[in-house]
Each structure stands twice: as structure tokens, then as C-alpha cells.
Design a protein around this ligand. Structure first.
Ligand SMILES: Nc1ncnc2c1ncn2[C@@H]1O[C@H](COP(=O)(O)OP(=O)(O)OP(=O)(O)O)[C@@H](O)[C@H]1O
Length: 250
């Protein structure tokens, strides 16, 4: 993938209503090219809604949302990839086919390089040996990793991730977080990641946006200054976690 856009995310005065429910209320957020931003907040504060607006899935909202320099209402940019909270796999297709769906259009899926790319991704997410399995044969955590591999297959320049590791056990979660950091470092991807996990947010992100309450507004933004590659026990990470936890009122 390569786009002519600026690989940024920009939201200004974003208000999103569902009937009488105000999901987001006047949210401003900018993510610079190559930056990794995490969004945390209590259940129902509008985190998924924010990603849905950015990915062009919501038509009706107030304010402005642009991805890769393109207003989402103008069709958005094809440099954007999204990994949804639920894996949304094709039930009739095996793991290999589900991952291949994520390859950019125009790529011949039968091509040797494309097959290698898919196999590499399956290995990266720790599912070698399951390439021929159907979604019904996978655990929730395995299905979530297929979904992540599908999102990465596209090599998006801007990646929107909605709780991509929520169904994983702790060890697998750590492995997948580190894999994502490798992809991010190699490809210079701009990432916005929604998570409930404060430790995950602090470990992965350059900045953590804390959304508060219902409706969702930006409560505070915590800069995570710990050097990379990060050590999970770095005192700066622990301090960032405390700042996020305080902002969440936990
Ligand atoms: N399609 C919809 N129709 C009606 N209300 C909706 C819809 N989608 C979201 N909402 C409401 O908007 C608010 C924000 O929802 P959203 O899913 O964005 O929150 P969230 O922070 O991602 O929650 P969670 O952490 O539980 O996933 C909630 O009150 C929710 O009930």
C-alpha cells in the first residue's frame, strides 16, 4: 500500500448521537504520522464510535473527521485498515483464506509472494498449524488473531484497532503486543488503538487519550515518555499507568 495522503488522523469538534444518546460530545484528537495513540475510557464512553467514525462507517455526525488528509465524508482514504472488536471472519473460509481477504485489491491471491505473505502473517500471530482450520474450529482468542493478521495483510499506513487483544491470555497478549510494535516500527504505521487495558495502553502508545463519562469527552491526554524498546517494568511506564488510572478515577 502507498498513499499520497499525510497518514494522520484528525478529529475536530466531533459529536455523535444515536437518537437521544450522545455517544461523543465535542471530541478533538490529532494523531501524527507514525504516532501510536491509545484511547481508553469506561465502557460506553464512545471509544468504538470514535473508530467507526474514523473508518467511515458512520455517516451522520457533527464536526470534522479526516484520515490520511481526506475527510471521511469524502470517501476516506484507502490507506486505512481497521480491526474490529469482534473478529467478523468468513465462516465458510479457512484461516488462510480469511487472512488473504485482507490483501490489497489487485493482488493475485494465488501468487507465490501473496501466499508467502499470508503464511508469514499466520506465523506472526502464532497460528501456524491452523491455516486450514475454519473459524468454528478456533477459540475466541485464535479468531481474534486471524482478524489481526487480516488487518495487517493490507499493510495499511493508518491502522485503527478496536481492542485487538481483549480475548487473549496474558502470555499471548504480550507476544501479540510485541509483534504489533515490530510491525509499527518496521512500517512506520500511524496507529489508533482502543483498549480497556491501562497497562497495554501505557506499554504500546506514545500518548494515551483518556475519554470520560457518557457522553464521551476527552478527559486528559497522558504522554508516555518511556524509551523504546520498552521494558514493562520501566518506572516511567508505571508512572504513566498511574496517571491514566487516576484520570479514569480508578
Ligand atoms: N448503533 C448504535 N445504536 C444506538 N446506540 C449506540 C450504537 N452504537 C453505540 N451506541 C451507544 O453509544 C454509546 C457509546 O458506545 P461505544 O460502543 O462507542 O462505547 P465504547 O466506549 O466503545 O464501549 P465498550 O468499552 O463497552 O466497548 C453507548 O451508550 C452505546 O450504547
Amino acid at each position: 500500500m502507498s498513499s499520497t495522503g499525510d497518514h494522520t488522523l484528525a478529529v475536530e469538534g466531533l459529536t455523535k448521537r444515536y437518537g437521544d444518546t450522545v455517544a461523543l460530545d465535542g471530541v478533538d484528537l490529532t494523531v501524527e504520522e507514525g504516532e501510536f495513540v491509545a484511547v481508553v475510557g469506561p465502557s460506553g464512553c464512545g471509544k468504538s464510535t470514535l473508530l467507526r467514525v474514523l473508518s467511515g462507517l458512520e455517516e451522520h455526525f457533527e464536526g470534522r473527521a479526516a484520515v490520511d488528509g481526506v475527510d471521511v465524508r469524502d470517501g476516506g482514504s484507502d490507506a486505512v485498515g481497521m480491526v474490529f472488536q469482534e473478529p467478523r471472519l468468513l465462516a465458510w473460509a479457512d484461516v488462510r483464506e480469511n487472512v488473504a481477504v485482507g490483501l490489497p485489491s489487485g493482488v493475485d491471491r494465488g501468487d507465490a509472494a501473496a501466499r508467502d505473505r499470508v503464511d508469514d502473517l499466520i506465523e506472526t500471530v502464532g497460528l501456524d498449524g491452523f491455516a486450514g482450520s475454519r473459524p468454528s474450529e478456533l477459540s475466541g482468542g485464535m479468531a481474534q488473531r486471524v482478524s489481526l493478521a487480516r488487518g495487517l495483510a493490507y499493510r495499511p499506513e493508518v491502522l485503527l484497532l478496536d481492542e485487538p487483544f481483549s480475548a487473549l491470555d496474558q502470555l499471548t497478549k504480550y507476544e501479540q503486543q510485541d509483534n504489533l510494535l515490530e510491525v509499527w516500527a518496521e512500517q512506520g504505521t500511524t496507529i489508533a488503538l482502543v483498549t480497556h487495558d491501562v497497562e497495554e495502553a501505557a506499554y504500546l502508545a506514545d500518548r494515551v487519550v483518556v475519554l470520560g463519562g457518557q457522553p464521551g469527552t476527552v478527559e486528559t491526554v497522558v504522554d508516555v515518555d518511556a524509551p523504546r524498546p520498552r521494558d514493562r517494568t520501566d518506572p516511567e511506564l508505571l508512572a504513566a499507568r498511574d496517571a491514566i488510572t487516576d484520570a479514569l478515577g480508578l
